[in-house]
Ligand binder design. Structure first.
Ligand code: HEC
Length: 144
């Protein structure tokens, strides 16, 4: 009985390693170490511009909102053009990441159409949906 303990321990250890390796959480998505700040900057731009855009439409400043929506779209492009084959993500994770960034991009397009309507309600509805697409990816890929 006593002799099976080391085997059990090794079993648990292997299980632990397998489990931690298969989660996408916190894996680096940088093509190169130098792209780390670029990814973070693109994310921060999207975050800040989304807040500014919501403020702008509440103040009826649609000209500013259009400018911000275009800036968000540009930051989207950076994320969408990341070469995932040069990251730590597995093939399966890369496909999931691609799907999630496409969802974001489609929703950014919807937001850009909405700012042309001059309707704050429509813009806020689309920006809320866009925040949802950000959150969907963060739940899977962003470090806690
Ligand atoms: C396809 C995946 C994905 C989508 C979509 C996405 N993000 Fe991220 N985001 C990440 C990952 C992964 C990180 C963590 C980056 C890191 O620190 O390594 C992150 C980090 C961030 C950060 C923290 C940046 C920092 O300085 O550490 C902010 C803010 C952010 N995202 C905002 C957004 C906003 C706003 C959107 C939507 C408009 C968005 N993200 C959409 C994957 C995504």
């Amino acid at each position: 009985m006593l002799r099976s303990y080391p085997i059990l321990l090794i079993g648990v250890l292997i299980l632990f390693l397998v489990c931690t390796k298969t989660t996408a959480f916190g894996k680096e998505l940088y093509e190169a170490p130098s792209s780390e700040h670029k990814v973070k900057d693109a994310m921060k731009t999207m975050q800040e511009d989304l807040e500014k855009l919501e403020d702008a439409v509440l103040k009826d400043d649609f000209k500013q909102a259009v400018r911000l929506a275009n800036e968000i779209d540009e930051a989207n492009h950076y994320v969408c053009n990341l070469d995932l084959s040069r990251t730590e993500l597995s093939k399966q994770e890369q496909n999931k990441f691609k799907q999630l960034r496409n969802d974001m991009h489609k929703q950014t397009d919807a937001l850009r159409l909405a700012v042309d309507t001059d309707s704050p309600d429509m813009v806020l509805e689309e920006s809320h949906k866009l925040r949802g697409t950000c959150e969907n990816c963060h739940q899977v890929f962003k470090k806690k």
